[in-house]
Design a protein around this ligand. Structure first.
Ligand code: AGP
Length: 604
């Protein structure tokens, strides 16, 4: 997944592109480049492997250009190199691309490009195709070209003899645009130009945009003019900046209390969940035979918590499916099935395609997404937006907790509608949910203690996260967090499974993060902990107990505030996020831009 940005207007473009790319760098950061109109009919390019800062270092200091495009790459076709960096230029065409042109080899043959290409990328092939079809009319060349492409794309395109104009078109890969007094902007997401406009529109698929300093025209491939449907966000540029935190991840961990409040409070009426403003009335929850939750990564882990909650509270069959698996299986979904897809970005391709599949079987599809107007939001029959604000760090933190909070609200609504939850119990449940932001604030104050104990882990080769029930679901999220930013191998294990093999891996000093907050299995987990402790493990215990001083149970206990079992997920996951963050920083890594990863997986 890559970051793209384009601008044409009445102020210098270079810093708009570079600053925008800096904000898009979480989408991909192995190389970067810009192209801009240097003179009337001449396009200049600057591009390099490395970070946006490396690109900035090779740019002109006094660049008066007011029209250009920029790209930050997460390599798919072709390795990380200067020549594979975008933009790519062929003849009069210069372009940037987010996506994958699956039939680019076929196009190399069709347009006899063999031996003429400089890079290994599908993007250069796209530029060559547009150039081959170009006879002075950019829109005609683009219309004819995209009809030949198979796969996903978001293109921004310059034509050397059309100075001041940026053209764009997308299929699957995200793109938003806006016109404001400074000119016309387009980008992968709003964070790139939020300092100029908090109004934007989603570029519809297969609609051709022509951007000039005076405005944006949009038309279908058939040439029918279309009007942009503008949206507005209530956050500003500071939300997309670190604001004094060392990393976005640390900022976003600390933003969780407010993110949860913004997500749940507007959906409470008279102390009970109310989704009227979301366009979801109680009938959506009636006559539901089963629930399937579909997502990827951390969003899928939030779904696991949702499953535990819904299934244990209401004995309704709940399945959690990994989207990339679900979409290629014969789904067991009927018209009374509810399918909940969860996605922070709303652009994860596997989750989007899984949703499209589910829509073929049931109308009860609900998307829990954090980005307004995202592809998944637009594809789903019902949408519940989480209000975490932009999540920039690749490692998802506040998105997870607001997704889990949303499942808590859904559980109460489902319980009330099905009569399986009394109003009294529902109110008590919501009261506990409203305590969560303050409970998380208590944990945030213990960051230094967690940093200190994490220092013992930074040299670990392997770590284990164990728990039972809800805590096992939580253990999965803790393991993923640690792996993806500290590169320490971690495995989440159902505590009761250890004796069936994995305990063989426990040796002196192996860190075992143990979560023991589910009362009905507490003593069992403690027994499992004693077993690993007896074999030399370094045990970090997350529990509500008063201080445990029994060395046969743990080396360190991190106290969880006294909440009902299910609600301990929230303070516990913040501790796990901190452990991952401090382990990564302790090893000298940048937790915001972990190797090989990108924020949203918009390509398969
Ligand atoms: C989470 O830390 C990861 N970055 C990743 O697993 C992420 O949760 C997953 O790719 C799903 O992304 P989405 O929520 O935007 O769909």
């Amino acid at each position: 997944m890559c970051g793209i940005i384009g601008f044409t207007g009445n102020i210098p473009v270079q810093d708009i592109l570079l600053d925008g790319l800096q904000r898009l760098e979480y989408r991909g950061y192995d190389s970067a480049g810009i192209a801009y109109f240097k003179e009337e009919q001449h396009i200049s390019l600057r591009k390099t492997a490395g970070k946006v800062a490396d690109l900035r270092a090779i740019c002109d200091d006094n660049n008066s250009s007011v029209c250009g495009i920029g790209h930050t790459r997460w390599a798919t076709h072709g390795g990380v190199s200067n020549v594979n960096a975008h933009p790519h230029r062929v003849g009069k065409v210069a372009l940037i691309h987010n996506g994958i042109i699956e039939n680019y080899h076929e196009l190399i043959e069709k347009f006899h490009l063999g031996g003429k290409l400089k890079s290994e990328t599908d993007t250069e092939v796209a530029a060559a195709v547009f150039e081959a079809l170009y006879d002075g009319d950019p829109e005609e060349a683009i219309r004819r070209g995209v009809k030949l492409f198979k796969g996903s794309f978001a293109f921004c395109i310059l034509f050397a003899d059309h100075p001041g104009e940026v053209y764009a078109i997308r299929n699957v890969s995200p793109m938003v645009a806006a016109h404001c007094e400074e000119g016309s902007f387009i980008a992968s997401d709003l964070t790139a130009f939020i300092s100029y406009s908090n109004r934007y529109f989603i570029v519809p698929e297969y609609h051709l945009l022509k951007m000039t300093p005076d405005g944006i025209t949009m038309a279908s491939l058939e040439g029918e003019t279309a009007e942009p449907e503008y949206l507005e966000v209530d956050w500003d540029v500071t939300a997309a900046q670190k604001e004094g935190y060392a990393h976005f991840m640390l900022k976003e961990i600390n933003e969780q209390p407010e993110a949860i409040s913004r997500t749940i409070v507007p959906r409470l009426a008279n102390g009970l969940p109310d989704f009227t403003e979301d366009g979801i009335d109680d009938s959506f929850f009636e006559d539901c035979s089963d629930i399937t939750i579909v997502a990827c990564g951390t969003a899928m882990h939030a779904g696991l918590v949702g499953k535990s909650l819904l299934q244990n509270m209401f004995q309704i069959p709940v399945t959690v499916a990994i989207a990339s698996e679900f979409r290629y299986e014969a789904p067991v979904i009927g018209e009374k099935s509810m399918v909940i897809v969860v996605s922070q970005s709303g652009e994860t391709i596997d989750t989007l395609e899984a949703l499209k599949l589910a829509n073929r079987y049931t109308k009860k599809t609900l998307a829990v997404v954090n980005v307004k107007g995202s592809s998944i939001a637009r594809e789903s029959n019902y949408v519940l937006y989480t209000h975490a604000g932009p999540e920039i760090a690749v490692a998802s933190t506040k998105a997870y907790t607001v997704q889990v909070a949303t499942f808590f609200l859904l559980a109460v609504k489902l319980g009330l509608v099905t009569g399986k939850m009394t109003e009294k119990d529902a109110r008590a449940f919501v009261d506990n949910l409203q305590r969560v932001p303050d409970v998380i604030r208590q944990i945030l104050l213990t960051a230094d203690d967690i940093e200190e104990l994490t220092q013992r882990m930074t040299n670990a080769q392997n770590t284990f996260f164990i728990g039972r029930g809800l805590d096992y679901s939580l253990a999965m999220e803790g393991a993923l967090k640690l792996k993806e930013i500290s590169y320490i191998h971690a495995e989440a294990y159902a505590a009761g499974e250890l004796k069936h093999g994995t305990i063989a891996l426990i040796s002196e000093g192996v860190p075992v993060i143990s979560i023991a907050n589910q009362s009905h299995v507490y003593s069992k987990v403690i027994s499992n902990i004693r077993e690993v402790k007896a074999r030399g493990a370094y045990v970090i215990l997350l529990s509500r107990d008063e201080k445990i001083s029994d060395p046969s149970i743990c080396d360190v206990q991190l106290r969880i505030p006294d909440l009902p079992d299910a609600f301990t997920v929230f303070p516990s996951v913040v501790i796990l996020q901190f452990i991952a963050y401090f382990a990564a920083v302790g090893k000298g890594f940048n937790p915001d831009q972990p190797r090989n990863l990108a924020k949203s997986v918009t390509v398969e």
